[in-house]
Ligand binder design. Structure first.
Ligand SMILES: *[C@@H]1O[C@H](CO)[C@@H](O)[C@H](O)[C@H]1NC(C)=O
Ligand SMILES: *[C@@H]1O[C@H](CO)[C@@H](O)[C@H](O)[C@H]1NC(C)=O
Ligand SMILES: *[C@@H]1O[C@H](CO)[C@@H](O)[C@H](O)[C@H]1NC(C)=O
Ligand SMILES: *[C@@H]1O[C@H](CO)[C@@H](O)[C@H](O)[C@H]1NC(C)=O
Ligand SMILES: *[C@@H]1O[C@H](CO)[C@@H](O)[C@H](O)[C@H]1NC(C)=O
Ligand SMILES: *[C@@H]1O[C@H](CO)[C@@H](O)[C@H](O)[C@H]1NC(C)=O
Ligand SMILES: *[C@@H]1O[C@H](CO)[C@@H](O)[C@H](O)[C@H]1NC(C)=O
Length: 576
């Protein structure tokens, strides 16, 4: 069945004029095992929302990639580079040849050269096509048509890149949607068609590393439904993606706390499950991320450290997802959270990181985090007091503490150390916080340890954050646009959670959240239901529609960091 299908595909490729342009490569190619390849790729980074943007590179939040970005990511300590590429809008002709635009193929080839010339273990894929023409779950999907186009596309990609070095690997299709056995079977078939296409394209491709995929590149679905391709001769690995737990990673239901034993056990069980099913297959997590936009800082550090350590324990390489808006700021060439970058790189080198302590128990109404030092300023000027940050040393010692300008502070007068606690003395704090200091982030201190990542704690002058308005009237006509409310942050410029409760005391969304710990009850979801930036909080049109549909006055409580009773602002929506 498969043999006949592949023979037919090869015939149709020739009919369609897909003749390899460069199946003879000059120079040598060192075949490496997929395991060796992945061992040298960790830690990897994703050039997200760039060549995968629709319709083309530059269409989303990132301008076209520049050479500097590769140099900066290399200097930062990353060894792997995943290049997600969307092909949807780059076909120059339709069926049956599906010719890919030559200008685009050249651009892709040039970007690959920038990546591999810096030694990056580079994974190139077919990305958002998975939810477009290659979507096997779409109503009326014609599998024959998908297979023909998929073969034609991969044949051309592999022909174009046939002579690239062994630093280039291929991934057939990003997160292909699948929910039924028929879909799972088709994803397995697409892996086989991909392998056939790149081998037919010749050049160095028959020896190139490939990272095959299961349904949705979900670890559990892959464990259950991935089928090993028969007769594969390329060195191969399995790639899957990891964004779990959903609530913490995506800012849902007030889950800003992470790090309990249960949280860790759940993460480890997921990674162990995939390894347990593929004991003899090299594995790579091609995407994972606890993004700064949606996660609390200490919790993100703990999560990132634990994910890296656990992946290493189960011999799984990692590529950190970065959409350009969350982590590496390509404009300034700096990581928005340099600490999490350091944690990832150090963990990949097998170093033990110390971490900032923070609340791990969700039963209370507060969340403390040693990523911050909060000086609580009341109405009357409040003189600074000593402020303490606590660290989970993990066997390391604290070697020094540095001022915002990078000077080594003096142990004794400036700070004291007791176990994992660093107490910043009032006279030091007074240098940064005066009655005239504006509310918000004031200064960053740096804490250095005997091993592992360098941490940072941000001094914040904490006051009452305020919304510019506190009421609105919801009607069927206002429910069509997002409601943007200007905000004055008197803390870090970030919203932690938004609680939405109806007049009768039930939740506007997800009524079942009343069974969660109190700090999560009736909290809605970042992105879908609320959003924020440095100047405003947005209640989405969908949330306004929900209020209209519920037919009740709804109270939104916007919670700021640190999460504690009172550090919030209330907004009431009535019906028009
Ligand atoms: C290929 O892409 C380039 C750049 O977007 C465009 O100018 C050109 O018209 C395209 N060629 C074809 C044949 O579609
Ligand atoms: C499915 O696609 C194939 C290949 O393009 C085509 O020959 C066939 O007619 C299509 N089937 C349907 C039902 O459209
Ligand atoms: C795999 O290879 C064997 C031996 O060459 C051959 O008999 C078999 O048909 C091949 N299977 C497929 C699915 O190509
Ligand atoms: C393999 O995956 C299945 C399905 O997800 C899971 O139930 C099982 O525990 C896994 N096996 C091992 C050995 O981890
Ligand atoms: C460290 O600080 C925490 C919280 O401020 C406190 O509970 C703990 O007792 C301190 N530990 C030491 C060793 O001083
Ligand atoms: C502290 O460092 C963070 C990056 O971790 C940065 O975003 C912030 O602007 C810095 N704050 C100050 C006051 O320098
Ligand atoms: C809204 O603002 C008004 C005027 O500042 C104030 O009196 C009222 O208590 C506020 N309501 C809420 C729900 O915060």
């Amino acid at each position: 069945m498969t043999t006949i299908l592949l023979a037919m595909l090869a015939a149709s490729a020739v009919q369609a004029g897909l003749v390899p342009r460069s199946n003879k490569c000059s120079g040598g190619f060192t075949r490496v095992s997929a395991q060796t390849w992945l061992d040298n790729a960790n830690p990897g980074w994703n050039l997200g929302n760039t060549l995968d943007a629709i319709p083309t590179e530059g269409s989303w939040n990132n301008p076209p990639v520049v050479v500097n970005t590769f140099s900066q990511i290399q200097s930062a300590g990353f060894k792997g580079m995943r290049l997600p590429i969307t092909w949807i809008d780059h076909f120059a002709s339709g069926s049956p040849s599906w010719t890919v635009n030559a200008t685009w193929l050249q651009r892709v080839s040039d970007v690959v050269d920038e990546s591999i010339s810096r030694g990056f273990h580079t994974i190139l894929n077919v990305h958002h096509d998975a939810t477009d023409w290659a979507d096997v779950t779409a109503a009326g999907a014609n599998y024959t048509a998908i297979e023909d186009r998929f073969y034609a596309l991969w044949f051309q990609i592999a022909t174009n890149l046939a002579c690239k070095s062994s630093l280039l690997a291929f991934e057939p299709l990003n997160e292909p949607p699948a929910t039924t056995q028929a879909h799972y079977d088709e994803i397995n078939k697409l892996n086989t068609i991909f392998v056939k296409a790149i081998n037919d394209a010749g050049g160095f491709n028959p020896n190139r590393v490939v990272t095959l995929v299961g349904p949705s590149e979900d670890g559990s679905l892959t464990s259950q439904f991935f089928k090993r391709p028969t007769n594969i001769t390329n060195p191969w690995a399995i790639q899957y993606h990891y964004y779990s737990p959903y609530d913490f990673i995506f800012g849902a239901w007030g889950k800003t706390i992470w790090g309990s034993d249960a949280d860790k056990q759940a993460l480890e069980a997921n990674i162990a499950e995939v390894r347990g099913n593929f004991t003899d297959v090299p594995l790579v997590i091609g995407e994972w991320s606890a993004a700064g936009t949606y996660t609390e800082t200490s919790a993100r550090w703990k999560y990132s450290d634990f994910l890296m350590k656990t992946a290493a324990k189960y011999n799984t390489a990692t590529y950190w997802w970065d959409n350009g808006a969350t982590d590496f700021d390509r404009g300034s060439g700096k990581f928005r959270d340099p600490v999490v970058k350091d944690i990832i790189v150090q963990a990949a080198q097998g170093k033990t990181n110390s971490l900032a302590d923070s609340t791990e128990d969700e039963s209370g109404l507060t969340q403390v985090s040693s990523a911050y030092l909060y000086h609580t300023a009341g109405k009357a000027p409040t003189p600074p007091t000593d402020l303490t940050a606590s660290y989970l040393l993990n066997g390391n010692t604290i070697t020094s503490v540095r001022s915002p300008s990078g000077q080594t502070l003096s142990k004794g007068p400036d700070y004291t150390v007791t176990g994992g606690n660093v107490t910043f003395k009032a006279p030091l704090i007074s240098k940064y916080i005066t009655p005239h200091t504006p509310f918000g982030q004031v200064a960053n201190f740096t804490i250095l340890f005997s091993h592992g990542a360098t941490l940072q704690t941000t001094l914040v002058k904490l006051g009452q954050s305020k919304l510019a308005t506190n009421t609105s009237i919801a009607t069927a006509s206002t429910a069509t646009t997002d409601l943007r409310i200007p905000v004055t942050y008197a803390t870090i410029p970030k919203v932690a959670a938004v609680q939405a409760k109806l007049a009768d005391g039930t939740c506007l969304f997800d009524t079942w959240t009343v069974y969660l710990p109190a700090i999560q009850q009736c909290r809605s979801t970042y992105g879908n239901q609320w959003d924020y930036d440095g100047a405003s909080v947005t209640i989405s049109a969908a949330a306004v529609q929900a209020v209209v549909a519920a037919g009740q006055t709804t109270t939104f409580v916007v919670e700021f960091y640190p999460r504690m009773p009172g550090n919030s602002a209330t907004f009431v929506m009535t019906l028009g």
